[in-house]
Design a binder for this molecule. Structure first.
Ligand code: MD3
Ligand code: FE
Length: 215
């Protein structure tokens, strides 16, 4: 019998999916149970909610945040705020293990010293999508964004600096971490509607954690 502790899903090799955009397959596989445990506590204080876009549309992705700053959207626009508008309380703090994982992944991808102050938590269910957009509400675009995928797989769309640029599709699986910085930092991206599926730890859901240096 062989214990595949270092099988393909656990490799520590970065796949380049764009300029300064790297995919670390399975980088969070081993820490996923601890991440999900901590997430349970965060969600008890700051439950998922469907935000509204400035155009007045309810987002199909359900969102919440932890960290000093949280990303919100409403009729007046997108921004980072220190308080959860739904409760008036500070967002739950960023667990030390979250920050360390994001820092390690960024470092593995060539971005040393990454210190996130915001973690946006996205929940996808079958049919949930995220249309093509740029992440540009953060202060310093020299800082990367680190994203952790958990649960059901997704087809991620990765475009270029202009909305009309050709996109490529990248499959993101449970435990994958992607790091987006440098020349890819302002590239358009999105997520195709999630197909029905099942994951042993998360059931029908996909969760995505994006770590940001927002302030
Ligand atoms: C490429 N989330 O929350 S993470 C988002 O899977 C967001 O939930 C997606 O896009 C998700 O804003 C994708 C991957 C990602 C995040 C930031 C990027 C890709 C990026 C910034 C620049 C380029
Ligand atoms: Fe984004």
């Amino acid at each position: 019998m062989s214990l595949d502790l270092f099988d393909a899903a656990d490799c520590r090799t970065a796949i380049e999916i764009g300029p300064d955009a790297l995919l670390l397959r399975g980088f969070a596989s081993n820490t996923a149970p601890a991440l999900l445990d901590a997430l349970g506590h965060i969600l008890a204080q700051a439950p998922f909610r469907h935000m509204v876009t400035p155009g007045g549309f309810r987002m199909s992705v359900a969102m919440t945040n932890c960290g000093a700053l949280g990303w919100v959207s409403d009729e007046t626009g997108y921004r980072y705020v220190p308080f959860d508008p739904q409760t008036g309380r500070a967002w739950p703090s960023l667990p030390a293990g979250f920050a360390q994982l994001a820092r390690d992944a960024a470092s593995q991808a060539g971005f040393d010293g990454f210190t996130p102050d915001a973690c946006l938590i996205n929940r996808y269910e079958p049919g949930t999508r995220l249309s093509l957009h740029q992440d540009r509400n953060e202060r310093d675009f020299t800082q990367p964004i680190v994203s952790v995928s958990l649960g059901v797989s997704a087809l991620f769309l990765f475009g270029g600096p202009r909305r009309a640029d050709k996109t490529r599709r990248v499959e993101l699986h449970h435990g994958d971490i992607a790091v987006w910085g440098g020349r890819s930092r302002l590239h358009y991206h999105g997520v195709l509607p999630i197909k029905p599926g099942h994951h042993a730890m998360l059931g029908e859901q996909r969760l995505n954690l994006t770590f940001r240096k927002a302030g």
